[in-house]
Design a protein around this ligand. Structure first.
Ligand code: 9D3
Length: 245
């Protein structure tokens, strides 16, 4: 069963040039994801085909009109059902890998992309959740919608070449990834760590785990705080940070 994804945007042309490549391109080609782009302007009713207007109460910027948005939602519902409706919004809940995993289990997602300074707040009664990518300002919800689609598509069965390479990735296990290398073994005097050329798979496993722990400790200490370290993990980390386990 394919995941159906509807997107509503005033820039419908942004999506296929980006999503047509790589893993999302493969998901679309294999019909693992069924993507439907709705041009919001097709659901406007005035002669100027307006999708926004000035805010009540004054102030700078424009606000997206609720009517074209809810008309687009109704048109989608009439054809493919209601779906799980998500508004891309800087005021939303920040996306996490665990939420991405949950979203990948819905049969039908409807992503609304805002532009301008925001959307008429009454839209909240017509959607199921607001999703943000984090605390930085973009010019619209289109890139976030594509990020959501990319993050979900790569989890769906039949999209990844190597189904296992999803398993031990960073965030899946709560740690940052260990450093990786490929040829040459020496590049401008920078040698690949010798353990990786040793053929000792138990030593390699321990070294990789240790590097994951060290990098997380150095760069994302809050991730370590949240997790329960095994006795081996505490030993490996202590041995490389010089702190006691
Ligand atoms: C003046 C206050 N601004 C909020 C920080 C208004 C505003 C700016 C930019 C409202 C919307 C936008 C467009 N951004 C998105 O639609 C958006 C977004 C983002 O800007 N950052 C992170 N995640 C997202 S999801 C959608």
């Amino acid at each position: 069963m394919a995941l159906i994804v509807d997107v509503v945007s005033i820039f419908p042309g942004m999506f296929s040039p980006v999503l047509g490549f790589g893993m999302t391109g493969r998901a679309l080609a294999k019909s693992v994801v069924e993507l439907h782009i709705t041009d919001l302007r097709a659901h406007t009713t005035d002669k100027h085909r307006s999708t926004d207007d000035t805010p009540y109460g004054g102030g700078s910027g424009m606000v997206m009109l609720i009517e074209p948005l809810t008309r687009a939602l109704s048109a989608i519902e009439a054809v493919r059902g209601r779906g799980h409706r998500m508004l891309m919004s800087p005021a939303g809940r920040p996306l996490t890998q665990s939420r991405v995993r949950e979203l990948s289990r819905f049969p039908h997602l409807v992503l609304l992309c805002g532009r301008y300074e925001g959307v008429d707040d009454r839209i909240l009664d017509y959607i199921d959740e607001e999703v943000s990518l984090g605390d930085f300002v973009l010019s619209g919800g289109e890139l976030p919608a594509m990020v959501v689609i990319d993050a979900i598509a790569r989890l769906l069965p039949g999209v990844l070449h190597n189904e296992n390479s999803c398993e031990d990735e960073s965030f899946q296990n709560g740690l940052l990834e260990y450093p990786q290398y490929t040829r040459p073994a020496d590049f401008e005097g920078r040698a690949v760590p010798s353990v990786l050329l040793s053929g000792n798979h138990e030593q390699i496993r321990r070294w990789r785990r240790q590097m994951s722990l060290l990098r997380t400790w150095q760069r994302r200490p809050e991730l370590l705080q949240q997790m329960e370290l095994s006795a081996e993990d505490r030993g490996l980390l202590a041995a490389t940070t010089g702190r006691i386990a």
